[in-house]
Design a protein around this ligand. Structure first.
Ligand code: AMP
Length: 205
């Protein structure tokens, strides 16, 4: 299965992506996680990406397409994968279509007004990518690997607004792109984590 999961920032796509990948034994390819890891490791790519990410802007297509291409050409992706946070622009979707044929593009439909609050309470582990909320992890420790949970730099209120705007302008139109390609599956993303996952599994069948 070659899958994409789409949705606004804070729609829960990272959480759902992790569940889908565990259930179906697929590599979880999150361009955001890869970029954050590069920033944490101080690589040249991380240095180039950081100012865009901190401002809630998109990292330039050339950089992200190159890193994505590199990743999905690795042997563990031969049978399938799930892309989370890629593509985010039409240019990225066109580049992806040149590399591989996508089977299903899942789209988490959400209420944009409620997402800023979700993002304000989000906590992530920079070591393993685990994501949770401040309410569900009051001790600030990652349940997956025991490292420290942090607030993402780009989850600050002023940056969140920009990210939602960037999503509406650049990424939301990809829903129509994948509908036209005949691979779109819409799922109501405002339900509980379990119910969203059930709806996704039903769509994948
Ligand atoms: P995410 O973790 O998917 O919310 O991504 C966090 C940030 O990383 C985004 O706000 C962008 O700055 C950058 N980013 C991640 N994926 C992409 C992409 N496909 N294209 C451009 N920028 C990206």
């Amino acid at each position: 299965m070659k899958l994409i999961i789409m949705g606004a920032p804070g729609s829960g796509k990272g959480t759902q992506a992790a569940i889908i990948c565990k259930t179906h034994n697929l590599p979880h390819i999150s361009t955001g996680d890869i970029l954050r890891k590069n920033i944490a490791d101080g690589t040249a790519l991380g240095k180039q990406a950081k100012s865009f990410m901190d401002a809630g802007k998109l990292v330039p297509d050339e950089l992200v397409v190159a890193l994505l291409k590199d990743r999905i050409e690795q042997p563990d992706c031969a049978e399938g994968f799930l892309l989370d946070g890629f593509p985010r622009t039409k240019a990225q979707a066109d580049a992806l279509a040149q590399i591989v044929k996508i089977d299903v593009a899942l789209n988490l439909e959400t209420d944009l007004d409620k997402l800023a609050d979700r993002m304000a309470s989000r906590r992530v582990c920079l070591k393993c990518g685990y994501t949770t909320s401040a309410q569900d992890a009051p001790d600030g420790i990652c349940k997956a690997c025991g490292d420290k949970l942090v607030i993402r730099d780009d989850d600050k209120r002023e940056v969140v607004e920009n990210r939602l705007k960037v999503y509406a302008e650049n990424t939301a139109p990809l829903v129509e792109y994948y509908r036209a390609a005949g691979v779109l599956a819409n799922v109501d993303g405002m339900q509980s984590i379990e119910d969203v996952n059930k709806a996704i599994e039903a769509a994948l069948k």
